[in-house]
Design a protein around this ligand. Structure first.
Ligand code: SF4
Length: 456
């Protein structure tokens, strides 16, 4: 992808969002989604990292960072995406540019690295990421990748998302665009079925997709391509043969789904795997999208069976969790779907943030929170501590970097972001979530922590 301002605007411009479409109709030159980076302000992780996060879970590929070794460390291992086969994606590869290459160019080193990787590791593909330094010194990475593809006989895909372009979300979108341009549609599956779907925007954090696949399998629905949690490179190549795209993280994946609809005529639905209600409606919506009566009946049987078993498994937790108040500080699909999951357990989200959400999601968040709920205008420890106190919260649910804020407020903490070690998706994930809430809230440590200090 050429990163002209026009291309970047196209990526940031969310035409799948109803709110934005209306805005576009009235003011064609103004969109709600174009947020250029603010000079001098940290953008909350860079596009390079966003692209790595989106493509990193492709397990049998090598992810080669063309730049200083420090860039490689930035996203490496920060997301707990699990693999059921190859572990190649877990290795960090970098061209480790020195001053010499920064002055005289890094193309030769990149070419040498690709040849070495192909020979030594035999990956299904190599993704080559540009970084701020290699973009600024003007390395022609695209040409090197094209030449290397012919030399090594495996796809060498260029990801043009240097850090200075903008936000992490933009990097996610660039990654999706690269998959559409260079990967999707380059191979054919051995066979197709009438119920082939793709799952877009799930990264198999803590193995969550493994809670979902058995359910779909029971219904006779085949997941043709997982984009990209626990994916093999090959399965993404034939994603264009699916009959339906199921989008999980709508903020960054809608664009990809929409382009696939335009190019291949694949319809898409936006869903969440968190919470019983969300999971039920996800399965129902998939079945409804196929319009097959027998599939819809099977889905209802499965939902009845799963929810009955879940009621028994959750009963001891529900009685303990009833009425507990949550401050939720997350982004994207979790901002609203965890509200529903908490409701399923008898808990109440009293405040949440709507950062990184589409306008449609923001409306949904307000509805779910009700009149008493609070939408956090900004994060940061000071603001969170205040909200915890004002809302009389029992627990903070957020990303790992906020756990010290919870400790300062002397309340328990649950990690919901990509570093989490527990799979909360699907029906099985609800039991896991209930157990984690219970263990966090009823840990004996809180009794001690909340006692006055001896000198007070
Ligand atoms: S690409 Fe740029 S912003 Fe991103 S980690 Fe590397 S130097 Fe930092």
């Amino acid at each position: 992808m050429r990163n002209t301002q026009e291309e970047i605007n196209k990526l940031l411009n969310e035409i799948a969002c109803e709110y934005n479409v209306k805005k576009l109709q009235s003011k064609p030159n103004k969109t709600t989604c174009k947020k250029p980076p603010k000079p001098g302000a940290a953008q909350g992780n860079c596009p390079f990292e966003g692209a790595m996060v989106a493509l990193g879970p492709i397990t049998d590929a090598v992810h080669l960072v063309h730049g200083p070794v420090g860039c490689t460390r930035n996203p490496w291992g920060s997301r707990g995406s699990l693999s059921s086969s190859s572990e190649l994606y877990q290795m960090g590869f970098s061209t480790d540019l020195s001053e010499n290459e920064i002055i005289f160019g890094g193309e030769k080193k990149l070419e040498k690295s690709i040849l070495h990787i192909a020979q030594r590791y035999n990956p299904a593909a190599i993704f080559v990421y540009s970084t701020c330094v290699t973009a600024l010194i003007g390395d022609d990475i695209e040409s090197v990748c094209k030449k290397a593809t012919n030399q090594v006989g495996i796809p060498v895909v260029y990801i043009n998302a240097p850090g200075f372009l903008g936000s992490k979300n933009l990097g996610n979108r660039i990654a999706g665009e690269a998959l559409l341009d260079y990967v999707v549609g380059t191979a054919e599956p051995e066979f197709t079925t009438p119920f082939d779907i793709n799952i877009i925007g799930d990264y198999n954090v803590a193995g969550e997709i493994w809670n979902i696949l058995p359910l779909l399998q029971k219904l006779g629905i085949r997941v043709l391509s997982k984009i990209t949690g626990d994916a093999r490179y090959q399965e993404i190549c034939y994603a264009h043969r699916a009959k339906l795209n199921v989008v999980i993280c709508s903020n960054v994946s809608l664009k990809m789904a929409q382009t696939m609809q335009e190019r291949y005529g694949i319809p898409y639905i936006e869903e969440s795997f968190f919470g019983i209600e969300n999971m039920n409606s996800c399965l129902r919506n998939i079945a409804a999208a196929f319009g097959d009566q027998y599939l819809q009946e099977r889905t209802e049987w499965l939902i009845a069976e799963e929810t009955a078993a879940l009621d028994i498994a959750l009963a001891p937790y529900r009685s303990q969790l009833q009425g507990k108040r949550i401050v939720l500080y997350s982004g994207g699909v979790k901002s609203w779907s965890v509200i529903l999951a908490a409701k399923d357990l008898g808990m109440k989200v009293v405040a949440t943030s709507d950062r990184k959400n589409t306008q449609d999601e923001k409306v949904k968040i307000k509805e779910l929170l009700g009149q008493d709920g609070m939408v956090l205008a900004k994060g940061g420890p000071k603001a969170l501590l205040q909200v915890i106190e004002d809302m009389n919260a029992d627990i903070l649910v957020a990303g790992a970097s906020n756990q010290y804020t919870a400790i300062k407020a002397r309340i328990p903490f649950l990690d919901i972001n990509h570093e989490r070690h527990h799979a909360y998706a699907g029906y099985a994930g609800m039991v896991e979530m209930a157990r984690e809430f219970y263990e966090a809230l009823y840990s004996p440590v809180w009794k001690q922590v909340r006692q006055p200090a001896p000198w007070e």
